[in-house]
Write a protein that binds this ligand. Structure first.
Ligand code: CA
Ligand code: CA
Ligand code: CA
Length: 362
């Protein structure tokens, strides 16, 4: 009797956790991705199966392979130099073991030119690089909390004072001039830094990040004027979410600007945490009257596992969200074709594969 019950409950578990979601294979992903307007694909992720964090690559042609780079949480695209617009699809920045636990390093997916770019005494985490040569990241401060800092090759690190709380996981809403969306406060760049003054930015920047000044992590935004001067910041309003909001991401990797829709909105993906259950959510973000406002919240996964670290990408006419999930017992990389709501499992390796980053060329 007991074993019958056990089999029944196992069957029930299988039905609810696996069979209810139609899951495409990596081969089906490749076909659908290219047919929907995707271009040459390089998907980088973090693999812990060797016992250390390593960067791995899943490209459009072959099985996953190690990049033989010790690191985690890569961000990509872009090339150094303030104001430079050269976009190199093979360029990565990532967390690497270093001072205070982690520093930030840069290099190419083909393994050359690895170098440390940030080695502050505390932890340096969650780099987000933009096509104009600007990077945002989270830096541990002397109190053990976290601040967001900006960096460029010309100016080095500038830490932003965005108030109490731990500011983490910055993502760029805006970081280069697009005439139709240039904020009114962002005059054409005329800022001239004084000798010794940090000038990390040639243009204004708008960041979205997670912050916890009131206890739980929520999504916040900051408007940064040229020169890295904080103009204003606040909580992203417009949607009700009954939980913590973590790890925001915007589809801004493959141009020198975010992928706006014609109405000036863009997509925002984040990891929502409700009752110890993480899932991936999506919203639209608009700039309205000098503020960022979100709307149209939707839940992309409703799985029993932990779904983490969304990476959103807008191709020609299709939108993709990559993330990791432990739905089958260990973490693997998944993709979602948002227009079709079709899921694909991209890795099925032992151990933890997580923190995906889609890099692509145009
Ligand atoms: Ca460090
Ligand atoms: Ca979940
Ligand atoms: Ca795995």
């Amino acid at each position: 009797m007991q074993s019958k019950q056990r089999i029944l409950s196992l069957l029930l578990l299988l039905c609810t956790t696996v069979a209810s979601i139609e899951m495409g294979t990596v081969e089906e992903f490749r076909t659908d991705y290219y047919d929907s307007g995707g271009y040459t694909m390089e998907l980088v992720y973090t693999d812990y199966s060797s016992g250390e964090a390593e960067l791995w690559l899943l490209d459009c042609w072959s099985e996953p392979e190690s990049l033989e780079i010790n690191g985690r949480f890569a961000s990509g695209m872009g090339e150094f130099g303030v104001g430079g617009c050269y976009v190199n699809p093979s360029f990565l920045v990532f967390e690497t073991p270093g001072r205070g636990g982690y520093d930030l390093a840069a290099g190419y997916t083909y393994g050359e030119k690895l170098f440390i770019i940030v080695d502050d005494p505390g932890e340096d985490l969650q780099p987000e690089i933009f096509g104009n040569g600007c990077m945002a990241f989270s830096r541990e401060n002397t109190e053990g909390g976290y601040d967001i800092a900006l960096w460029s090759a010309d100016s080095g690190v500038k830490v932003l004072d965005l108030g109490p709380g731990d500011q983490m996981w910055p993502t760029f809403f805006y970081a280069a001039s697009t005439e139709e969306l240039l904020p009114e406060w962002a005059d054409p760049y005329t800022y001239e830094s004084q000798p010794g003054e940090c000038d990390p930015l040639s243009e204004g920047v708008i960041l979205i990040y997670q912050d916890n000044p009131d206890g739980d992590y929520r999504l916040h935004y900051a408007f940064i004027a040229p020169g890295g001067v904080v103009d204003h910041y606040g909580e992203l309003t417009g949607i009700e979410f009954d939980g913590e909001m973590l790890c925001p991401d915007l589809p801004n990797r493959y141009y020198n600007k975010p992928d706006y829709y014609p109405d000036g909105s863009t997509l925002l993906a984040f990891q929502g945490l409700v009752d110890d259950n993480r899932d991936i959510y999506l919203a639209d973000v608009h700039m309205y009257d000098g503020k960022l406002v979100a709307e149209n919240l939707r839940q992309l996964t409703d799985w029993t596992g932990q779904e983490k670290f969304p990476d959103i990408y807008a191709g020609y006419g299709s939108t993709w969200c990559f993330f990791s999930s432990d739905r089958d017992g260990d973490y693997d990389i998944y993709a979602l074709w948002i227009e079709e709501m079709r899921f694909y499992q991209l890795t099925d390796e032992p151990g933890t594969q997580t923190a995906p980053l889609l890099m692509t060329t145009l």
